[in-house]
Design a protein around this ligand. Structure first.
Ligand code: DGL
Length: 293
């Protein structure tokens, strides 16, 4: 299989039919979470055009095996390059980054790939108590990549990292349950123990979690910093993709393998859009490829 991204098919979509120089950026995640990164990228790169795939039909990725996440990540990447001629990718998913960043890079080379890294470094610099809580999926927390990240920032034992997976949070975001008493109780269940152990800094190590930020901040209270890397990843994308960033028209094309209506509601909320955006449905084929329904 060729590793070179073919040109976009002419007239394929609002962002298809582009010249290679103005080709869009592809972004993918297990579902809606990566849109918290897209939100920041659209602020920093307003002229950029994005094609987004959210694999809500298979979310959450967290409990899936690394092999399965690699296969799903490559499937999404190939769709973005082969169908839309994307000139580069942003893996807007910590879990996919942990399991599949190298595999994706190899699969789409020479297209550049920007991936995630939980905000452990700024958290280590910010903590005054020396205790940092890291909230992420089981897949991220159990990865060698994450273990190496923590080891790099323990600062000779000065910083203690408390980690917790947050079962139910990804599902809550996917289903639009991001406020109200139930969301508060769900967040409190995992955040309260971190606070009780002295954490003054919380790292949102899953791209879905910023969608719960108001509730997390409410539970955490003043004096606790809540960090994510959406803005940092947007800055990184603007460095990597700068030469072409002003050539597009700011379009956003959304795909999901889940329920398009539900996805559209979540996308509107996360992106702060005035109206519910159109969302196209994708289906997985038996050979690990994605196609439009
Ligand atoms: N949004 C993803 C992440 O950043 C994955 C969440 C999931 O599907 O488990 O890890």
């Amino acid at each position: 299989m060729s590793t070179r991204p073919p040109k976009a098919r002419e007239g394929a979509s609002p962002v298809g039919g582009a010249t290679p120089a103005a080709a869009p950026l592809g972004v993918f995640d297990s579902g809606l979470g990566g849109l918290t990164v897209v939100r920041e990228m659209r602020r920093l790169l307003p002229a950029e055009r994005f094609v987004y795939v959210g694999d809500s039909g298979r979310a959450p990725y967290g409990p899936r095996s690394p092999e399965e996440i690699r296969s799903l990540s490559v499937g999404q990447s190939r769709f973005l390059l082969d169908r839309h001629g994307c000139r580069g990718l942003v893996i807007a998913c910590n879990t996919a980054t942990a399991a599949a960043a190298e595999t994706v890079r190899a699969a789409v080379s020479p297209a550049p790939v920007v991936a995630m890294e939980p905000a452990v470094k700024p958290a280590a610099a910010a903590t005054r108590t020396g205790t940092v809580g890291v909230l992420a999926t089981v897949g991220t927390l159990s990865s060698a990549r994450f273990a190496a990240l923590l080891a790099r920032h323990e600062d000779g034992g000065r910083v203690r990292f408390l980690t917790t997976s947050c079962p139910g949070w990804v599902e809550a975001v996917e289903e639009g349950r991001t406020s109200g008493p139930d969301a508060f109780a769900l967040v409190e269940r995992f955040v309260r123990p971190l606070l009780e152990q002295g954490a003054d800094t919380l790292v949102l190590g899953c791209t879905h979690f910023p969608a719960l930020r108001p509730v997390i901040a409410d539970v955490a209270g003043r004096g606790v910093a809540v960090l994510d890397v959406g803005e940092a990843v947007a800055r990184r994308a603007s460095e990597v993709f700068t030469p072409l960033a002003s050539e597009g028209n700011g379009g956003l094309l959304l795909y999901t393998t889940g329920d398009p209506a539900l996805f559209a509601c979540g996308a509107r909320a996360i992106l702060g859009l005035p109206e519910t955006p159109p969302v196209r449905r994708l289906v997985w084929g038996p050979n690990g490829t994605l196609s439009e329904d």
